[in-house]
Write a protein that binds this ligand. Sequence first.
Ligand SMILES: C[S@@+](CC[C@H](N)C(=O)[O-])C[C@H]1O[C@@H](n2cnc3c(N)ncnc32)[C@H](O)[C@@H]1O
Length: 247
Amino acid sequence: MPLDEKLLNRDPERVARMFTEISPRYDLLNRILSAGLDGPWRKTTVAMARPQGARRILDLASGTGDLAFEFLKVKAFQGVVIGLDFSDAMVQRARRKAAKAKVSNRAQFRSGDALSIPEPDGYFDLVSVGFGVRNFADLEKGLLEAHRVLAPGGRLVVLEFFRKDENPAIRFYMDHILPRLGRWISRSPSAYAYLRRTKKGFLSPDEFVALLHSLGFSPVVLKTLTMGIAHAIVATKPPLPRPEETP
Ligand SMILES: C[S@@+](CC[C@H](N)C(=O)[O-])C[C@H]1O[C@@H](n2cnc3c(N)ncnc32)[C@H](O)[C@@H]1O
């Protein structure tokens, strides 16, 4: 397989293995490689999701749980967050963090595949995915699963790195510093080269918005974060028509 294809390979077993490998240093890497920006990005994403009043939130590709935990910081949100990830090592870390913060009753983490969610239709008020959709082996399938498990009127919220023209300083950082620093701290030879390749090979923010519309979400709201390094998106599953609106 040519190098580029190998690095873009989203084979689920390979992706799970890669995240398992970097799981012990994943949180530290996030803080260092984003220069602390991932925290404010998560906060903005959660604010856009408006979790107040939600009873059940599903955090897909939940990793060590940082996006899930961010929902619990919203005082008016009194429901539960269920995190789903197919790397057991990530799930164990998230559970340990929940226990340490004494929030295990409201933040539960399970092993599972985002492309085949083990819950009935319409079960969640909100579905979130932080830096996860770029890794899905089948993006449309993952987004349709999120749509399926959302209640009518529910929202999908996505925080992600999309393909985007970058200013020269950001491009230099992403091309040369991030992969080296990532390799050095994570001790994984390929994980942060994979991040770079998948960002370059992913959809643009506008293409992702168009895809969400084509899958039945409306409206879809896009927010650019820190000069376009990341984006947050909120996509609504339309509510059921009121009885008088049905023919
Ligand atoms: C970059 S990490 C993001 C973790 C976390 N959401 C965050 O914001 O830090 C991506 C995570 O997605 C998980 N993942 C990728 N594809 C998945 C899938 N189809 N089902 C479940 N988890 C998946 C990986 O195991 C990994 O933990």
